[in-house]
Design a protein around this ligand. Structure first.
Ligand code: T3D
Length: 263
């Protein structure tokens, strides 16, 4: 029998759902899963009929980070983890952040190591109340990766980020939401209905403006205020030329809800 695909892709309306599909290993990343996931992301990002991407995991886990069965080392052997990050994790995180449409993550269970940080790279993160976020790196002698050392201090502040990295302790979904690491924790049975409804809603909104908004947010991490103001002017000029801006203003003036076309 052939191996099941490590990533499942489905489309409902303008929403593409990408499901990590190695449930028996808590959807940990193999090279094969990386390739399939990146290909699925690139395809959804380039598809103009797709206006929102929903990422989730099959089974009881979201993603347990790198598959450690790919990292068995004999005594005296070393692994080039830098190459693994450069080839697989880093392009994935950048693809999520720069996708020209919203990426919603439904964290259905434990998210550990790079699995947690790939979730945090998404634009809006919902988590099942039973899910946990674990910066598991120090437990195996590694440093945070997949953008963790960038995202966490910005999201929850240096003190909390440092403690999570040094201790590697699980953070509940409710604490993650209370701390501002994620958008919301919801009842387990509500996770997919709420995430799907959110993705469908975002897919009806001004996709082009979202793409420009994501560019502004991405650049704000390193820009000065002056640079950011200049970038806002450039991006707003482009948004002002969009069909959705014309539709939004016309709908406002007519007292009607806008029907955005995503351009
Ligand atoms: O290497 C590079 O390229 C550099 C990049 C590194 C990025 C990283 O992500 S490093 C961090 C790697 N991840 C971890 O260290 C987490 C390891 N997993 C765990 O600590 C625990 O599994 C969890 C806390 C996530 C969940 O615990 P629990 O008790 O709910 O489940 P479990 O029984 O430990 O796991 C269930 C199965 O999944 C089990 O397989 P089995 O025994 O039933 O056949 C377990 O071995 C497997 N599994 C879980 N995590 C991984 C994994 N198999 C391979 N790799 C994993 N990361």
């Amino acid at each position: 029998m052939s191996e099941p695909s490590p990533v499942l892709v489905s489309r409902t309306g303008a929403v593409t759902t990408i499901t990590l599909n190695r449930p028996e290993k808590l959807n940990s990343f193999t090279v094969g899963m990386h390739k399939a996931l990146k290909a699925a992301f690139d395809e959804a990002a380039a598809d103009s009929a797709c206006r929102a991407i929903l990422l989730t995991g099959a089974g009881r886990g979201f993603c347990a980070g790198q598959d450690l069965n790919e990292r068995k080392l004999e005594e005296g052997q070393v692994a080039d983890l830098g190459a693994s990050l450069a080839e697989n994790y880093n392009p994935l995180v950048l693809a999520i952040r720069s996708a020209p449409k919203p990426v919603i993550c439904a964290v259905n269970g434990v998210a550990a190591g790079a699995g947690a940080n790939v979730a945090l790279a998404c634009d809006i993160v919902l988590a099942a109340r039973s899910a946990k976020f674990i910066q598991a790196f120090s437990r195996i002698g590694l440093v945070p990766d997949a953008g963790g050392s960038y995202f966490l201090p910005r999201l929850i502040g240096d003190a909390r980020a440092r403690a999570l990295f040094l201790l590697g302790e699980p953070l509940t979904a409710e604490d993650a939401a209370a701390w501002g690491l994620i958008w919301k924790a919801v009842d387990d049975t509500e996770l997919m209905p709420q995430a799907e409804a959110l993705a469908a809603d975002l897919a009806q909104r001004p996709t082009r403006a979202f793409a420009l908004m994501k560019q502004a947010l991405l650049a704000s991490g390193s820009n000065t205020l002056e640079e950011q103001l200049a970038l806002e002017a450039t991006l707003q000029r482009e948004a002002g030329h969009s069909e959705d801006y014309r539709i939004g203003v016309a709908a406002f003036r007519a007292g009607e809800p806008p029907h955005f076309v995503g351009r």
